[in-house]
Ligand binder design. Structure first.
Ligand SMILES: C=CC1=C(C)c2cc3[nH]c(cc4nc(cc5[nH]c(cc1n2)c(C)c5CCC(=O)O)C(CCC(=O)O)=C4C)c(C)c3C=C
Ligand SMILES: [Fe+2]
Ligand SMILES: [Fe+2]
Length: 368
């Protein structure tokens, strides 16, 4: 493909820097048709479902989409707010707050948010940032743990967007921050604040989104990164091995996924006489369908039905100040060397370059 026509190059335009917080995405509405559109885009991604394309096309369009769209829409309807999808609202608020926190730290950066699937679509956001004069882009996925199924898919979308752009910006990608001190501290604060209000459980269940076991066998570091996050957090909370457990939720399809699965583990804990569990989802930085419906509603019901007495869901990091501080620290560390701090000299230089540009235009005009 031939790279796109660019606007005429202007000398002296001050190159701006942008941080793009990228999350998974969510349907535009809790309706079967909107969920179908979203699932079609999501589940057609070869990073997400690694089944030969032709066979998967038939399964997806013939079975999954007709059956799942309606069922999932009903689940989405149970968590939808008057302002929209929780995942989108949290991500948007985090981006607004992050810009303020970066400003307070002295950085002149734009902060945008984008979704890998659905809207605001990542390519549209990148196109808008280019039009706004951003020539340095830091991609910050909302996933602390790296997985080929999620983080790499965001990177694919970024690379693919720029393949037909002539004048591409400088790019940096944050791969993961599963063991970042500020992320672990944000989780610790959030759990301790919860326990301060509601006392402690018999067992803390740290439930991460699952992925097919096959991806672990193929070298995906996701499983290890989830366990490292859990280990670091447990150490900060001074929990012994018998006081917490790591589980994996949201299994999709018939293949084996990472084990132990969250819901059956909760049932077993209840049957073994554990009275109270608190469930934390450290891999989700925003509350969403998988936490608010699958854990706080469905899994709660499973635990109580199996004889458990108290089930507590500890909310995600969402807009907590310690989390936005962590995001700012992570972004700041990846911006090193990029001139995001405007010095008086840079402002002067920008003015001189603009003048040179005008002079050039005058000369070109005179030569006609
Ligand atoms: C946090 C990291 C996530 C990983 C890893 C992940 C892998 C993964 N997911 C699916 C299938 C589905 N996931 C769905 C929802 C969903 N998934 C994540 C995050 C991860 N997924 C989030 C944050 C959400 C919630 C989005 C929201 O709108 O609130 C869904 C859609 C819901 C449903 O129909 O159940 C599917 C499907 C696969 C196959 C996979 C890895 C291979
Ligand atoms: Fe998922
Ligand atoms: Fe789910």
């Amino acid at each position: 493909m031939r790279p796109m026509q660019e606007p005429t190059y202007t000398h002296g335009a001050v190159a701006k820097t942008a941080v793009v917080l990228v999350n998974l995405g969510t349907p535009d509405a809790p309706t079967a048709s909107a969920v179908r559109r979203y699932l079609k885009q999501f589940l057609s991604d070869p990073r997400v479902v690694e089944i030969p394309r032709a066979a998967w096309w038939f399964i997806l369009n013939g079975i999954i989409l007709p059956l799942r769209s309606r069922k999932s829409a009903a689940k989405y309807a149970s968590i939808w707010t008057s302002e929209g999808s929780p995942l989108k609202l949290h991500t948007e608020k985090q981006a607004v707050l992050l810009r303020g926190y970066m400003g307070e730290r002295g950085h002149d950066v734009q902060v945008a948010y984008a979704m890998r699937y659905g809207t605001p679509a990542l390519p549209d956001v990148l196109a808008k940032l280019k039009a706004d004069g951003c020539d340095r882009i830091l991609i910050l996925p909302a996933y602390p743990q790296y997985s080929g199924t999620t983080t790499a898919s965001i990177f694919d979308a970024v690379f693919s967007h720029y393949t037909n752009i002539r004048n591409i910006p400088e790019l940096r990608l944050v791969k993961h921050y599963h063991d970042h001190e500020a992320y672990i501290q944000a989780l610790k604060k959030s759990v301790l604040a919860y326990w301060e209000m509601h006392a402690r459980p018999d067992k803390l269940v740290m439930s991460f989104h699952g992925v097919p076991k096959r991806t672990l066998m193929l070298g995906d570091p996701y499983h290890c990164e989830c366990h490292k996050t859990a280990r670091l957090l447990a150490a900060e909370l001074k929990l012994g091995l018998d006081q917490y457990i790591v589980t994996f939720q949201s299994r999709f399809g018939k293949a084996e996924w990472l084990q132990p699965y969250t819901a059956p583990t909760l049932v077993k804990l209840a049957k073994d006489g554990v009275r109270r569990v608190d469930v934390l989802c450290p891999g989700f930085t925003s509350d969403c369908l998988e936490t608010l419906e699958e854990i706080a509603m469905e899994a709660k019901q499973d635990f109580l039905t199996a004889g458990g007495k108290e089930f507590h869901y500890i909310p995600c990091l969402n807009e907590t100040p310690a989390w936005i501080t962590a995001l700012a620290e992570i972004a700041e560390q990846h911006l090193v060397g990029w001139p995001t701090m405007l010095t008086p000299m840079m402002r002067e230089e920008a003015k001189m370059a603009a003048e040179a540009s005008r002079e050039r235009a005058r000369l070109l005009g005179a030569g006609k």
